[in-house]
Design a protein around this ligand. Structure first.
Ligand code: HAM
Length: 434
């Protein structure tokens, strides 16, 4: 019996025909991130489970329901990373970046893992582009604005249109405690009407009730008046100033008092970017401040280090991009059609490698076949030029160069160890600078 293996649920293969948009996003992201002076950091895809429990909170859905733990005989082992912020703060502290610079502007691109119930835009392995700004000097409210502007600039560069930026503030750690108390107070009388999940969340993580998608919970939450009374004067002024700076820099936003985010580490500014092309999982990215996380991970001595960041989901970016923009054409500079065998193939292969060394993208078919079928192959590769070599050409030390766009053909003579004539002709036709 043949066993058929399939891709694990909630994950997907990205095939060569689909990769162009991924590469384009990667390229655009790196260009914009370097314009904003962010540097790449890469951390392992798994970490000690305790790091996530302490950072994201024992009661967050990600830790509670979605952590993909690796089998281990240790009491608390390792888990695949569900997000990048905690690992990056861990790496920042472990490698003493705080001793080397007062502000670290970091970015990462890579896979994250959550044991979710899969649906459109909700996967078990997905990819994020994220940034984290960490340091003793990371407190400036201009950094909040830079990070928000950067997230919107990235989406614009990818061609994601129609996104909405929602912003809110949770205030300081103390303000957050007050907000939780306020919410419990408002929800107390309606607790029996909440869905089962939210009844559990009421004590453990009341903020999550605001994200619930159940109609009954949405209606109850809609009735709560959010008047910012939980905010300290300092946090209120800070938020007002951030909004003012965003306006002055022509960033449109919507104030969303119900936006609280489900992870424990957030304080002060939080934001989320939604896109109407996404359906029910409509957040293309999200982020916020996490001023207490360095202390939670690194202890008392790290309590003055501040942080803020965001991440964008690449699969959701691709879902939100207009179909037309996804059609990135693949191209090959030169296809080498070899007509014959033995010495002809040997010479053809040497020419192919000389062309590649000269900087062209080039390929051949590796199987003896008719000119017609090799031309079909060249067309499939979208080759701009075809170099043909057969018995006659080997004898004459020549090749035929065909321009597939102009439908022109010329014979080019060359000496065995000098292909310059061919290389220059090909360059001229392709106008490539190598
Ligand atoms: P998050 O809201 O959990 O935040 O995820 C950020 C983005 O990742 C989401 O807006 C979405 O685009 C994408 N995403 C999340 N889960 C999935 C999934 N199961 N399938 C597909 N895409 C998904 C964080 O991860 C924080 N670490 C963001 C942050 C960085 N805050 C501060 N710094």
């Amino acid at each position: 019996m043949t066993v058929r293996y399939s891709v694990p649920r909630g994950t997907s293969d990205i095939l060569p025909g689909q990769i162009a948009i991924w590469q384009e996003i990667d390229k655009q992201a790196r260009a914009i991130l370097s314009r904003f002076n962010y540097r790449e950091i890469r951390t392992p895809i798994f970490e000690e489970t305790g790091l996530f429990k302490r950072s994201l909170g024992q009661t967050s859905d990600i830790v509670n329901k979605q952590l993909l733990e690796l089998a281990s005989n240790k009491e608390e082992g390792y888990s695949l990373r569900p997000e990048g912020t905690a690992p990056i703060v861990r790496a920042y502290l472990e490698n003493s970046l705080d001793k080397q610079e007062s502000l670290s502007k970091l970015f990462y691109i890579g896979p994250m893992f959550r044991g979710e119930r899969p649906q459109k835009g909700r996967l078990r392995q997905f990819n994020q582009i994220g940034v984290e700004v960490i340091g003793l000097n990371a407190d400036s409210l201009y950094i909040d604005c830079e990070v928000i502007i950067l997230s919107m600039s990235l989406l614009k560069a990818f061609g994601v249109q129609g996104s909405k930026l929602l912003i809110n503030t949770l205030g300081s750690e103390n303000d957050k405690v007050k907000l939780a108390g306020y919410l419990r107070d408002k929800l107390k009388g309606r607790a029996p009407e909440l869905c089962e999940d939210c009844q559990n969340r009421f004590e453990r993580n009341v903020f999550r009730i605001l994200d619930c998608k159940e109609r009954s919970c949405i209606n109850i939450v809609a009735g709560i008046n959010f008047d910012n009374s939980y905010l300290s004067e300092e946090s209120r002024i800070r938020f007002e100033s951030i909004k003012d700076i965003l306006q002055k820099n022509k960033i449109e936003f919507i104030e969303a008092p119900r936006l609280v985010r489900g992870l424990d580490y957030y304080t002060e500014t939080v934001f989320e970017i939604t896109n109407p092309n996404l359906g029910s999982q409509d957040a293309v990215g999200a982020g916020g401040r996490y001023n207490n996380l360095p202390e939670v991970i690194g202890g008392e001595s790290k309590k003055d280090i501040r942080g803020i960041g965001f991440s964008l989901g690449i699969e959701r970016i691709i879902l939100a991009i207009d179909e037309e923009l996804k059609k990135v054409e693949e191209k090959l500079d030169i296809f080498l059609a070899v007509l014959g065998k033995g010495e002809i193939v040997e010479q053809g292969f040497a020419i192919l490698n000389s062309l590649r060394r000269a900087g062209f993208s080039a390929d051949m078919g590796y199987q003896e076949s008719s000119l017609k079928s090799q031309m079909r192959f060249a067309n499939k590769c979208n080759a701009r030029l075809v170099v043909m070599i057969g018995e006659d050409e080997v004898r004459k030390k020549a090749v035929l160069l065909k321009d597939m766009v102009k439908s022109e053909q010329e014979e080019i003579l060359f000496s065995e160890d000098n292909l310059d004539v061919l290389i220059n002709k090909a360059r001229e036709r392709l106008k490539v600078l190598c």
